[in-house]
Design a protein around this ligand. Structure first.
Ligand SMILES: [Zn+2]
Length: 364
């Protein structure tokens, strides 16, 4: 995966940081305002004519930061401060979180999102991924099932305790000696569903690996999933709530997120297949009326906005049809609603039968 990068070694990044700061200093010493070109990327637009190039990984424009614009002065200040911290991390071969960086100058940064934007800008300027800067997130994801691997010398023996949750490693590039006898990977949106499967001993009965990002997946969870898909070449299914947030989480695994659009090709999993829950599942599995909740105004607004995304039209029109159906019916339900029949319905019937019968929505 890393091979496509131009140069992501610490020494290359340190050289680029030096070149960037020297050019800024040269401009300033000659009385010119430095111009910092930052390319802009996106993963979707609302052009429905299929002529857009959102899926091409190419930039769709750029921004120029300059001291001549008052609003840019603070952004450049933040950028240079974060760049200095990144330089230190790389020089000392240490890792830090986005939160650690925020607390280096909280009064200047004022908000975490300001630091996050600067980190994204630096990745674009240096043409690297966030972890190349030694900036890592806390790691929210969980994994269990037929899997064994080492991370920085530490053994993760999931096979030995099949129904125990293990934290997904933060330093995914340090994962080595991956061994698995699983037949598929199941990604579940929520920890409550993950725990339900653990309690039902799902992995003992089914040869699989189960992952959850506990809501919107963070970077380590998505990178770890991508590593498993790449190395193990297994089918991967995703189970989310039948609501606009569940669908958006599914889309994040499949296409990446807008905030990190510059890095989408290293974070998305195009092979992911939508196992459920579909709007049509409420009929197919006889969900009683009281399990169906009306879509709120916010749900409808979010769904309508998602229906305009170009990638749904171009790449997964059958996903889009189900989303349209959700809006037409005006109702949503949680995965747990399927437990109305029996507590282990999800583990014993719903998931195995969908996989065996192929009643999931493919990526093609
Ligand atoms: Zn587009």
């Amino acid at each position: 995966m890393e091979g496509n990068r131009l140069s992501t070694h610490s020494s290359d990044l340190l050289r680029k940081i030096k070149e960037l700061t020297l050019s800024i200093l040269a401009d300033l010493s000659e009385g010119r305002s430095p111009l910092i070109f930052i390319q802009r990327f996106r993963i979707h637009c609302t052009n429905l004519d299929s002529n857009c190039c959102c899926s091409s990984n190419k930039p769709n424009g750029h921004e120029i930061l300059t001291f001549q614009k008052e609003s840019h002065v603070h952004r450049i200040d933040v950028l240079l401060r974060v760049l200095l911290i990144v330089q230190q991390l790389l020089q000392e071969n240490k890792h830090g979180s986005k939160r650690d960086i925020y607390y280096m100058h909280p009064s200047v940064f004022s908000d975490q999102s300001v630091v996050d934007r600067a980190i994204n800008d630096i990745c674009i300027l240096l043409q690297c991924s966030r972890h190349n800067l030694n900036v890592v997130s806390a790691g929210n994801g969980l994994v269990m099932g037929w899997l064994r691997f080492f991370e920085a010398g530490r053994k993760f023996d999931c096979i030995n305790s099949l129904n125990t949750a293990h934290t997904i490693p933060v330093l995914v590039e340090d994962v080595k000696d991956l061994v698995s006898v699983a037949q598929y990977i199941l990604v579940v949106e929520k920890e409550s569903v993950f725990q339900r499967l653990a309690n039902d001993q799902f992995c003992k009965k089914n040869r699989c690996v189960v992952i959850t990002g506990r809501g919107y997946p963070d970077v380590p969870t998505r990178r770890f999933l991508l590593l498993l898909v790449d190395k193990l070449c297994l089918p991967v299914y995703c189970l989310v709530d039948c609501d606009p947030y569940g669908f958006d989480i599914l889309a994040t695994y499949r296409f990446g997120s807008m905030q990190m659009a510059y890095d989408a090709k290293f974070l998305r999993v195009p092979q992911i297949q939508w196992l459920g829950a579909f709007p049509s599942d409420s009929e197919n599995y006889d969900l009683p009326q009281h399990c169906l909740l009306p879509l709120t105004k916010e749900d409808k607004r979010k769904t309508e906005a998602m229906l305009l995304r170009c990638y749904l039209w171009q790449q997964v029109p059958n996903w889009r049809s189900e989303l349209e159906l959700m809006l037409q019916r005006g109702v949503k339900f949680e995965i747990e609603a399927l437990s109305v029949h029996s507590l282990s319905f999800l583990s014993d019937v719903y998931i195995p039968s969908k996989i065996q019968q192929g009643t999931y929505i493919c990526h093609i």
